[in-house]
Structure formats: structure tokens, C-alpha cells
Ligand binder design. Structure first.
Ligand code: UD1
Length: 338
């Protein structure tokens, strides 16, 4: 089995993917600058898998430090999670987003090229479908960005497409995540956002634990059956398994650049997620109906045909399971990962 360097390894999706990789027999080199995640997730990974991943507290922008890691190891493929992902923050601090997400990717690619490692799985996002297309989103639809965060993901994809077009040795799978939620079934790993969360499920969790008085529902007048926004929520372990599928079925066998949606293909409304969470936690979640959040689309869900046919991968967990796993993590870790 190969040796995989994982950047952003202590973050939400990164840490769950480390578990899936180690379970599948890969050797993992975990890299993170710990700016948005905690070193405690490494101990949790070890508790789940029985193996401590080798950890480097390194920023991907630090070409020299990254180069040392490549000098010490023969790395088969990189999975690049490291990046910032808060849309509102990206509007306030665009330069930080371009620095971390675009410059960080360029630095990583330079180091990989220098060390003749030309295989990469890139964290992209459903945000690249922008507002111009209608769900279900297919990979060949037109892409656009409505904020700096989305722009950095589009730029990342474009850089990788151009690189693969000029150097046929490169193999890059860009995985466009829809809405990862949930936690590892052990309750040991989960989503532990730094600061005030913006995504739906962490906000529901805060309302369920009484940290906030109510969940703000952003928009109840959308053209959807119950008026609230619809998204394609996918269990974070299914997302993690999607990376294993991308390694096995794409980067190990093909050259060139290819995008894949990672979603379930099914949309759920905000109120449906709230109902599933209420069933999981056995409590009523107080709601406060608010105006629409700017930049939100009414409906977003994936066409998952390409990942099913080419990666031989489909998501398996339903919303009930995602909410039950999220709640278990919240209950077992009232102060987050520590
Ligand atoms: C958001 C980002 C998207 C990013 C993704 C992953 C925006 C406009 N979009 O997507 O670019 O790729 O996160 O980080 O920020 N909701 C509430 N109350 C809340 C929070 C959310 O009603 O407190 C609603 C939203 O209006 C939306 C749904 O829940 O309808 C999901 O929201 P969220 O989890 O933020 O995901 P996205 O909007 O899909």
C-alpha cells in the first residue's frame, strides 16, 4: 500500500480521511499548521485506528519545510485539504484566502514537481457551480464563483487543469464536496469549528445544547416544498471513503485532470435536517425564522453518476445516521476536541 501525504490532516474532513486511509492500509503522513484545527485530533485518530499517524506541524506555504518531508519519504500521492473555507471570512479577508488556498497550492505543486510526485487529490467544493446552473449539478456544467472562497477553489481547479494539460505525467482528481456533516461513529472525531460556526449542522448542535437560544433559519420563502433551502448533506465518512476511491480508481490508474462530485444525489431542506436532528437528540430545536442569507441558492444537490461509474463509489449513510453520529460526538465532547 502506498504512502499518502495528507495536508490539513487534523481538520474535519482531513482527520476522518486519515482514519479511512489507515483502515485501508495506507501509510499516512499528516501535515497541518493547526491554524484552524487541534492537535488533539491526532490522538483521536490513534484511538480509532490503533496507529499514530506521523505528524508534521508545517504550513503548506513553507516550501522549504515541505521539501524536507518529501526528501525523507517516497510519497505516492498527496491529498490536499489544507485551506480556509469560511465564506463570510473570505469576503472580509480575501488576501488571506488567496494566500492560503491559491499560493499554498502553488507552493505544494512546486515541491511535488521538484520531488517527482505527480499525483494529487484536491479538495474542491460544490460552491464552484455558482448561481448560474440548476441542480442536480453535473461536473461538466458551467462553473462560477460568487465570493473569494469560491474563487480560490475555481482557481485551484484551473491551475491543476493547466498543469495536467502541459505535463502528461500528472494525475489529479478534484473532488467537489457537497455538504459534509456527521462524525465518526465512535464519537471520537467530528466537526469542531474554531470560532462561531456558519454551517447548518454545527449551528443546530449549538441550539440543541443550549449554547444559542435558537437556530436561525435563513429564508423560509424559497421555491421549495417547505420554503427552506435544500442541500445535499453527505456523511463525512462517506466523503472520506470517496478519497480512497479516488486514489484507487483514478490517481493510481489514470493521468490528467478530472472532477468528481461527492454527494448523495439527494437534497434535504433545512427543516428536514432539523427534524432528523431532533429525532437524534430527543429535543425540540427552537427556531427563529430570518431573512435569506446573501449568496445562498435555493437548491443544491449533486448528480453522482460520474463518481458512481468511474470511482465505483456511492454514499451510504442517510440523514438519520448523519445526525445521530453528529449528536454522539457533541455529547461526548462538550468542549470540542481536547
Ligand atoms: C456554505 C457556503 C459554501 C461552502 C459551504 C462549505 C455560503 C453562501 N455558502 O454552503 O460556499 O462551500 O458552506 O463550507 O456561505 N442555514 C440556516 N441556518 C444556519 C446555517 C445555515 O438556515 O445557521 C441554511 C443555509 O441557508 C442553507 C443550509 O442551511 O440553506 C446549508 O447551509 P451551510 O451549511 O452554510 O452550507 P451551504 O450554504 O451549502
Amino acid at each position: 500500500m502506498g504512502k499518502i501525504l495528507v495536508t490539513g490532516a487534523t481538520g474535519y474532513i482531513g482527520s476522518h480521511t486519515c482514519v479511512a486511509l489507515m483502515r485501508a492500509g495506507y501509510r499516512v503522513l499528516a501535515v497541518d499548521n493547526l491554524s484552524r484545527s487541534k492537535v488533539a485530533s491526532l490522538a483521536r485518530i490513534q484511538m480509532i485506528t490503533g496507529i499514530a499517524p506521523r505528524f508534521y506541524n508545517v504550513d503548506v506555504c513553507d516550501e522549504e519545510e515541505m521539501n524536507w518531508i518529501f526528501r525523507d519519504h517516497l510519497i505516492d500521492c498527496v491529498i490536499h485539504f489544507a485551506g480556509l473555507k469560511d465564506v463570510e471570512e473570505s469576503v472580509r479577508q480575501p488576501l488571506d484566502y488567496y494566500h492560503n488556498n491559491v499560493y499554498g497550492l502553488l507552493q505544494l505543486l512546486h515541491v511535488m514537481q521538484r520531488n517527482r510526485c505527480k499525483s494529487l487529490v484536491f479538495s474542491s467544493s460544490a460552491t464552484v457551480y455558482g448561481a448560474g446552473e440548476t441542480a442536480p449539478y453535473k461536473e461538466d456544467m458551467k462553473t462560477s464563483a460568487v465570493n473569494p472562497y469560491g474563487q480560490t477553489k475555481l482557481m485551484g481547479e484551473q491551475i491543476l487543469r493547466d498543469l495536467c494539460a502541459t505535463d502528461p505525467e500528472w494525475s489529479v482528481a478534484a473532488l467537489r464536496y457537497f455538504n459534509p456533516i456527521g462524525a465518526h461513529e465512535s464519537g471520537l472525531l467530528g466537526e469542531d469549528p474554531s470560532g462561531v460556526p456558519g454551517n447548518l449542522v454545527p449551528c443546530i448542535a449549538r441550539a440543541a445544547t443550549g449554547q444559542t437560544q435558537a437556530l436561525s433559519v435563513y429564508g423560509s420563502d424559497y421555491d421549495t416544498p417547505d420554503g427552506t433551502g435544500i442541500r445535499d448533506y453527505i456523511h463525512v465518512m462517506d466523503v472520506a471513503e470517496g478519497h480512497i476511491a479516488a486514489l484507487r480508481e483514478y490517481t493510481a490508474r489514470h493521468r490528467g485532470f478530472r472532477t468528481f462530485n461527492l454527494g448523495t444525489g439527494k437534497g434535504s431542506s433545512v427543516l428536514e435536517v432539523v427534524a432528523a436532528y431532533e429525532a437524534a437528540c430527543g429535543k425540540k430545536i427552537p427556531l427563529s425564522m430570518e431573512a435569506r442569507r446573501s449568496g445562498d441558492v435555493a437548491v443544491s444537490y449533486a448528480d453522482v453518476t460520474r463518481a458512481r461509474e468511474e470511482l465505483n463509489w456511492t454514499a451510504s449513510a442517510d440523514l438519520e445516521r448523519m445526525c445521530a453520529d453528529s449528536w454522539r460526538f457533541v455529547c461526548q465532547n462538550p468542549r470540542g476536541l481536547e
